[in-house]
Structures are given as structure tokens and as C-alpha cells.
Design a protein around this ligand. Structure first.
Ligand code: NDP
Ligand code: GDP
Length: 325
């Protein structure tokens, strides 16, 4: 039996796939929770893309089903648990606020309870989010900046975040929360703005589409690469003491400029193709996010390595390759 055994909820998502790859490289036995789908072959497409589907162990379950979580943890007795599963798309959270609360909020409480009941000595990671800062209370957000959530998603994440802090303080659990700013990759869901842009630019370049419809392009985000950010998650669980950490690049960029970077990568400009669609604006917007990851740098020795330009180029190239296939 290997000593290092990880259990990842959300293993089929962007971060779950990159984290699995990292943990396999570190010699872990990697297990993940996968919700049943009528199209199971689609559910593993990110793990397939990284070529690691056969290297991980997938377990049927759902974040809303505490019994499945308890039985799975009893069977596995993992040493590290990464709770990455969530209804993770902010815009959908206004359309499905109750589901978002059940999965993104209460789902984390279910995992914490399962850990507390079955394996309280295991280390726990909670995927918290910069969206919790919402209507920002300080121009640069750190671990001490007050939260002000601006969507049902952010409100659910805030509940999960404080439950993590409370389980640490109440029960002495090794529970840490990573307050991650937006992070992207070729495995990002196509509904998120970076991937929508890189896929759109690739389609325009190949003559498959002529326009790209976006909402609020004045919004600013601190965008990093998922490959960098999953390393921070792992580092948090290697510390003697659990804690909360901001993970960010320290640079913020408008959607407009990110879009320009993507078009320029293929020798085009947005002007002829970009259409602003009022339907794509949100009921409440998070105008700007900018993180200060000094604590992660000092304590974890972590910093972002991949630039926005390199990441967008990688994403556009991956989308071009996908479309050409
Ligand atoms: P994804 O949306 O790519 O992945 C979400 C994962 O959660 C998928 O594996 C999905 O499964 C799973 N899931 C959804 N609902 C359930 C459920 N009811 N039961 C079990 N599993 C479920 O997200 P990311 O990988 O980008 O993000 C990982 C985590 O980090 C999320 O919690 C997200 O909210 C958070 N986060 C992400 C940021 C980012 O910029 N990417 C920033 C800050 C936080 P399926 O494949 O079946 O849909
Ligand atoms: P979020 O920060 O988790 O909401 O990540 P997104 O990638 O979904 O959105 C980032 C920002 O891009 C938000 O401020 C959106 O309002 C803005 N945005 C502008 N147009 C679009 C669009 O067409 N799709 C998405 N997803 N976001 C858009």
C-alpha cells in the first residue's frame, strides 16, 4: 500500500485533472469522486487529454450525498482530501441559486463532515475563490481583506470557506483554504471568458465563425494558469500547520485586453469581430480583482510562473488543434 493517497472531488474538472497529474508525478495513489453521467466518456475528457485516465481511480458519488462520501472515505482512508467539486460558473449561479448552494456550499460541509467522521487526521483542502471579495473592499486583496460576495456562487463559496476555518478551529482538523484568483488553461470550461475567447479566435482564424459575442469587456481579472495554481494547493497540504492562502499573479487585465492578446496571437485584431451583447451582462458584476499572494510566496515558496500572454497563446493553439482535428 502506498503511503500517499489522495481523494479529489471534482477530479473531472480543470483543476482536478491538473492536480491529479501533479500528484501522480509526486508518487500518490490518486482517487476521485465522479458523478454518474449518461455520457461517462465525455466526463473524463480532461483526464483523457492529459493521458492519465487509466492512472487514477474513479468512484461513483455526488457531493450532495453524504452517505456516498462516508462510504468512499471509509474504503479508501486517504491521507489528503482536495474538495474541488462545485457548481463553479458564476453566471449559472443566478439561474440555479439553490443547486449552487447545495453543491458549492453545503457540499463542502458534507465533505468536511465525512472527513471528521471517518478520517479526521487526513489533510483537507477547500477550493475557495477570489469571487468572495466581490465588491472589493481594498484595491489589492489579501487574506485579511473583508469579503463581500456578489453572486449566489460567491455566497456559497463563503459558507464553504468559513466552514473550513471553523472545522480547523473547532476540531483541530488540518483544513486549509486556498483563495484562488481566476485560473485558466486549455482545459478551462468553454463557458468561461478566456476559453470562450480562445475558442472563438481559433474559429474565426479558421473561417468557421466571423464574430465573437461578449458581455462586459471592462471587467478586470487577475488571471493565472491552472498548472501553477494546483501546485499551490498541494503545497498548502504539505505544511505542518493548516492555514488560508491567497493564490494570484498580482497583475490585473481587462477582458478587452485579454481578448486583444488572443487575436494578436493569430495575427488578427478584435475590432472587426467583437460584438458586445447586453444579454451577456450579469445581474451584478465583480468589476475588478487583484490578488496579493505574498503570504503564499513567503510560507509556501510559491509564485505564478506562467504569464497571461503565454497562457493565452497555449489556449489558442490548443483550440486551433482541436478544431483542425
Ligand atoms: P470545473 O467547473 O472545471 O470543475 C468542477 C468539478 O466539480 C467537475 O469535476 C464537476 O463534475 C464537479 N461537480 C459539479 N457538481 C458536482 C456534484 N454535485 N457532485 C460531484 N461533483 C460535482 O472547476 P475548476 O476545476 O475550474 O475549479 C475547481 C474548484 O475551484 C471549483 O470548486 C471552483 O469553484 C474553484 N475555483 C475555481 C477558480 C478558477 O478560476 N478556475 C477560481 C477559484 C475557485 P462534472 O465533470 O461531472 O461536471
Ligand atoms: P468569473 O470571474 O468566475 O465570473 O469568470 P468568467 O470567466 O465567467 O468571467 C470573467 C469576467 O468576464 C466577468 O466579469 C464577466 O462578466 C466577463 N465577461 C464578459 N463577457 C463574458 C462572456 O461572454 N462570458 C463570460 N463567462 N464572461 C464574460
Amino acid at each position: 500500500m502506498t503511503e500517499k493517497k489522495a481523494f479529489i472531488t471534482g477530479i473531472t474538472g480543470q483543476d482536478g485533472a491538473y492536480l491529479s497529474q501533479l500528484l501522480l508525478n509526486e508518487g500518490y495513489e490518486v482517487h476521485g469522486l465522479m458523478r454518474r453521467s449518461a455520457s461517462a466518456h465525455v466526463a473524463t475528457n480532461r483526464l483523457d487529454w492529459l493521458g492519465i485516465t487509466r492512472d487514477v481511480h474513479l468512484h461513483d458519488g455526488n457531493l450532495t450525498d453524504l452517505s456516498a462520501l462516508i462510504r468512499t472515505l471509509q474504503e479508501l482512508q486517504p491521507t489528503e482530501i482536495y474538495n474541488l467539486a462545485a457548481q463553479s460558473f458564476v453566471k449559472s449561479s443566478w439561474q440555479q441559486p439553490l443547486l449552487t448552494g447545495s453543491v458549492t456550499g453545503m457540499g463542502a460541509a458534507n465533505v468536511l463532515e465525512a472527513v471528521r467522521i471517518v478520517c479526521p487526521e487526513a489533510r483537507y483542502y477547500q477550493a475557495s475563490s477570489s469571487e468572495m471579495y466581490g465588491l472589493i473592499q481594498e484595491p489589492v486583496q489579501s487574506e485579511t481583506t473583508p469579503f463581500y460576495p456578489r453572486s449566489p456562487y460567491a455566497a456559497a463559496k463563503l459558507y464553504a470557506h468559513w466552514m473550513t476555518v471553523n472545522y480547523r478551529e473547532s476540531f483541530g482538523m488540518h483544513a486549509s483554504s486556498g483563495i484562488l484568483f481566476n485560473h485558466e488553461s486549455p482545459l478551462r470550461g468553454p463557458e468561461f471568458v478566456t476559453r470562450k475567447v480562445t475558442d472563438g479566435v481559433a474559429r474565426i482564424k479558421l473561417g468557421l465563425e466571423s464574430e465573437l459575442r461578449l458581455g462586459n469587456i471592462d471587467a478586470k481579472r487577475d488571471w493565472g494558469h491552472a498548472r501553477d495554481y494546483v501546485r499551490a494547493m498541494w503545497l498548502m497540504l504539505q505544511q505542518d500547520e493548516p492555514d488560508d492562502y491567497v493564490v494570484a499573479t498580482g497583475r490585473t487585465t481587462t477582458v478587452r485586453d485579454m481578448c486583444r492578446i488572443a487575436f494578436e496571437h493569430v495575427g488578427l485584431t478584435p475590432d472587426a469581430h467583437l460584438v458586445i451583447d447586453p444579454e451577456l451582462f450579469r445581474p451584478a458584476e465583480v468589476d475588478v480583482l487583484l490578488g496579493d499572494a505574498s503570504k503564499a510566496k513567503d510560507r509556501l515558496g510559491w509564485q505564478a510562473e506562467i504569464t497571461l500572454e503565454d497562457m493565452i497563446a497555449e489556449m489558442v493553439d490548443a483550440d486551433l488543434a482541436r478544431l483542425r482535428q
